[in-house]
Ligand binder design. Structure first.
Ligand code: SAH
Length: 341
């Protein structure tokens, strides 16, 4: 059966016309699904009973609920455990910045990419999220806090480019002015480096920010922490980034988790700067977060300073990411499936 929340506006219109209904019904239904957060056909009070019966015989509406909620005492960050009808859940995080409210959303239940420092990958991937289920995380969080979400980072559980078709529909729908209407420039998508997915994204040619989880200056180090590097080594990844940039002209953001003694030497910084030469970019350093099952340690503050200096000397702009929600395990790499908590 078709989930109506996972159709784009154009697809929904076609669906409605194909079943012999008037085109304007698509507008009503899209608004119920994407703006009002309807969870069932009965919520749609401006549709007739026969139409609702007709729709429910051939389609359904993806649903979700807030299963648990944690609020950070340190910085007001909110972490939600969002549950689906099949019992699976993902985590969604709301962060408050001076420029607005940012939601960090998940794209899969679990993850199969296997990055060694990341909690989301422990236990592998359970399933992909539908586009409607990705949207639901925003609808539920927004209704709960009672404020508009202005920015989205696809940096929660899962690898968005390992679920491309659903993520593509999500991007189209979340940007739709008849839906949540969030501008592409306010959306970042982070990938561990799924090269064909980056090329698919280039074809969409939308001005979102592409974030690359690089975390190492060379294949030797990267392959020890990120198995995806064995499939698509750094040279191929950076070539895809250049193709992406040629199409979109957007600056690329490279994420780099600073791991004590693994990837944080000044020589590592110089090598990183050499590799990134020719790409308009920004490096975001993340002191690696503690994950109970992993024994990686954060680089110390002096090492990070030296690393930034070496990057800057080589003409690369770098910043250190502020850690939010550390008291509720909401920081990068700490999100996980419920059954594993
Ligand atoms: N799969 C995508 C989306 C996840 S984004 C990706 O890999 O980009 C989550 C970000 O947090 C990624 O940059 C990831 O590499 C990083 N991360 C994972 N574990 C971490 C940890 N323990 N400390 C700091 N960052 C971590």
């Amino acid at each position: 059966m078709q989930d109506l929340r996972s159709l784009t506006y154009t697809e929904l219109e076609k669906f409605i016309i194909d079943i012999g209904e008037a085109r304007f019904r698509a507008g009503q239904i899209f608004s119920w699904l994407h703006q009002k957060g309807a969870m069932c056909f009965d919520d749609m009070t401006n549709l007739s009973k026969p139409l609702k019966e007709k729709l429910s015989a051939i389609s359904y509406i993806s649903r979700a609920h807030i299963e648990e909620k944690y609020v950070s005492k340190l910085d007001g960050t909110v972490k939600y455990l969002i549950g689906f009808d099949d019992g699976e859940c993902v985590e969604t995080v709301i962060m408050r910045y001076h420029h607005g409210i940012t939601a960090c959303i998940s794209s899969q239940v679990g993850c199969r990419m296997g990055c060694r420092f990341c909690a989301s990958t422990i236990g592998g991937k359970k399933r992909d999220l539908l586009s409607g289920e990705i949207i639901l995380q925003l609808i539920l969080a927004q209704n709960d806090i009672g404020e508009r979400i202005s920015n989205i980072v696809m940096m929660g559980i899962g690898e968005p480019l390992d679920n491309f078709e659903n993520v593509k529909r999500f991007l189209i729908n979340v940007n739709d002015e008849r839906g949540l209407n969030i501008g592409y420039r306010h959306i970042s998508l982070s990938t561990c480096g799924v090269v064909p997915g980056i090329d698919e994204l280039s074809k969409m040619n939308i001005p979102i920010t592409l974030s690359i989880s690089l975390h190492a200056p060379n294949d030797e180090i990267r392959s020890t922490t990120m198995p995806v590097n064995n499939r698509w080594p750094i040279s191929e990844l950076l070539a895809a980034c250049k193709r992406y940039q040629a199409v979109t002209t957007r600056r690329i953001s490279f994420e780099y988790a600073m791991i004590d003694g693994v990837n944080d030497s000044t020589e590592n910084a110089r090598e990183l700067a050499r590799r990134l030469g020719g790409i308009m970019c920004h490096v975001n350093l993340i002191p690696v977060n503690n994950v109970a099952e992993r024994d990686y340690k954060k680089s110390n503050a002096d090492t990070i300073k030296r690393f930034i200096k070496a990057l800057e000397d080589a003409g690369i702009v770098a910043t250190v990411r502020r850690e939010l929600g550390s008291d509720i395990s909401a920081s990068c790499g700490q999100l996980r499936q419920k059954r594993l908590v």
